[in-house]
Design a protein around this ligand. Structure first.
Ligand code: ADP
Length: 499
């Protein structure tokens, strides 16, 4: 099938979170199954064009698009090789994308022109099939940012006689990010005003809501784990107000578990690590732990009675990730000998709180408030435990990486975490589990899980078995890609019935 993917993120060009890894790995897994996948991304101002090996496509005519009242010039760049298995196109438009930041400015404030950016991104992407005489069969939009493509496609394809598309799929990576704007902002999108007025497609509680429109407009909708699909269609807390819209899609709304890209995330081959290791040769992990402690100036590893496990955390510092559950425990746990390697950026209040607690416990708590891919790998490898106490978690990739790196995750039973981690202590004498799972979103519940983990960690034989069970888990993309293929086929069938 000819699949056009539209996303604001893709590894290695632009990454805020899991979406970037998913778009990269899923598109390659689909290409392995002989699909022709082309991804369209904005060319952000911070992207290093030489390092990322992208080149302008000079053979195309000058291109323009109207966004609101303004006409913007834009052109396409592509990843060096025209023979690449997955073709990646980047939209250069200095007015809208020529500055650093994907959703927010470097200080954390959201861009005021995010709708205009999304509109131009979608318009450019939808032109691609005509520019390359490439009849697209499926438009696969990721998250609210890509929804304008779903809104434009029927109008455009009908008016301009463009080839395709057969069907559309919206993948929701996080229901909490909906792109909500004042109703009058519909003018930016160039869509009829009625669409943003009750009971229009875009209207939700008196405002323009892109994600809501996408849920109704796409031929198929999915999210990134079966459990999160159920949570979001049945409860307001997880559905973030859109639960009824999701429920109304019935069988057209499904959950497909993300995969982990073991080409990048494999401790046996990872070049970011000071030593490699596998489930049969775990000695390298010991070296990784020592090196991590040296790098972050943490007390050296060991299992003396006063030394607890080294706990890693890599993630966005936002409420969703359960940082509020962890913070109140850090003083006590550091006093008990636990060590923490924390890497993340996000809300200023959480970053500040992390800085303060880390300064109080030198040698026990290290906080790195930046985005650092290499350090992330070294934390997955060098830690004993991986913390992911999320309040909600659409799928979560970090716990899958932690499992592969022999670092049992401590997770809350929610979303994709519940689909991927089995508790090692609740199931009896630790024969089946892969990590530690707790239920209530309270610090005490997380503390209980950490105490259970510490107990097992002090028994090297049980711990080694637990690590190896986690390392044997296989969340590879091949299975997910096959499931997406089925959804694409359903999208094409549904799409055809609208024509
Ligand atoms: P989400 O998409 O909600 O952020 P996921 O667990 O799906 O959560 O994916 C998070 C991804 O982002 C992982 O690859 C994780 O290692 C990475 N990541 C998050 N914060 C950082 C950071 N500060 N530095 C490096 N990598 C990070």
């Amino acid at each position: 099938m000819n699949v056009l993917m539209i996303s604001a993120e893709m590894t290695p060009f632009a990454k805020v979170g899991g979406l970037a890894d998913v778009v990269d790995a899923l598109s390659r897994a689909l290409a392995d199954r002989k699909h022709d996948v082309r991804v369209v991304l904005p060319l952000y101002g911070h992207l290093d064009r030489t390092a990322e090996k992208i080149v302008p496509i000079r053979s195309l005519p000058p291109l323009t698009a109207r966004v609101g009242q303004r006409i913007h010039d834009f052109r396409f760049w592509r990843r060096g090789s025209a023979q690449a298995r997955v073709k990646i196109y980047l939209v250069e438009c200095d007015d809208l994308f020529g500055r650093p930041g994907i959703y927010t400015q470097p200080g954390g404030d959201a861009f005021g022109d995010s709708l205009a950016r999304a509109s131009l991104h979608a318009q450019a992407a939808l032109l691609l099939p005509r520019l390359f005489d490439w009849p697209v069969e499926v438009i696969h939009a990721h998250d609210a940012e890509a929804v304008p493509a779903l809104l434009y496609r029927r109008q455009w394809y009908a008016e301009r006689g463009l080839p395709g598309p057969g069907g559309t799929l919206l993948t929701i990576h996080n229901l909490a990010h909906q792109e909500v704007h004042p109703a009058a902002a519909v003018e930016t999108l160039g869509l009829p005003a009625g669409m943003a007025a009750y009971p229009g497609l875009l209207e939700f509680q008196g405002q323009l809501n892109l994600l809501k429109a996408g849920i109704l407009a796409a031929d198929q909708v999915n999210t990134v784990s079966p459990n999160y699909a159920n949570e979001t269609r049945t409860t307001r807390m997880f559905g973030c107000g859109l639960e009824e819209m999701l429920a109304s899609r019935q069988d057209s709304y499904t959950g497909i578990l993300n995969g982990a890209d073991y080409g990048t995330w494999d401790p046996a081959r990872d070049r970011n690590l000071p030593a490699n290791y596998s489930s049969t040769r775990l000695e390298g992990k010991e070296k990784c732990r020592e090196a991590l402690c040296a790098e972050l100036k943490l007390a050296v590893a060991g299992k003396a009675a006063d030394q607890g496990p080294l706990c890693g955390f890599v993630g966005r510092l936002v409420r969703q990730k359960g940082v509020d559950l962890l913070l109140p425990l850090l003083d006590r746990l550091a006093a008990d000998g636990f060590r923490f390697a924390i890497l993340g950026t996000g809300e200023a209040r959480l970053e500040d709180a992390m800085r303060v607690v880390a300064a109080k416990h030198p040698g026990r708590i290290s906080f790195s408030g930046q985005f650092d891919e290499g350090l992330a790998h070294r934390i997955y490898a060098g830690s004993d435990l991986f913390l992911m106490p999320s309040e909600f978690e659409p799928c979560g990739l970090s716990q899958m990486y932690a499992l592969k790196y022999g670092t049992p995750p401590v997770v809350r039973r929610t979303g994709g975490l519940a689909d991927t981690v089995v508790d090692a202590t609740a199931t009896g004498p630790g024969r089946k589990g892969t990590g530690f799972v707790f239920d209530e979103a309270r610090p005490e519940a997380l503390l209980g899980a950490l105490r259970r983990a510490e107990k097992l960690w002090r028994n090297p034989d049980d711990w080694g078995r637990l690590q190896r069970r986690g390392m044997a888990c296989d969340f590879s993309w091949a299975e997910a890609a096959a499931t997406y293929e089925g959804v694409y086929q359903r999208a094409v069938t549904t799409g055809a019935s609208h024509e």
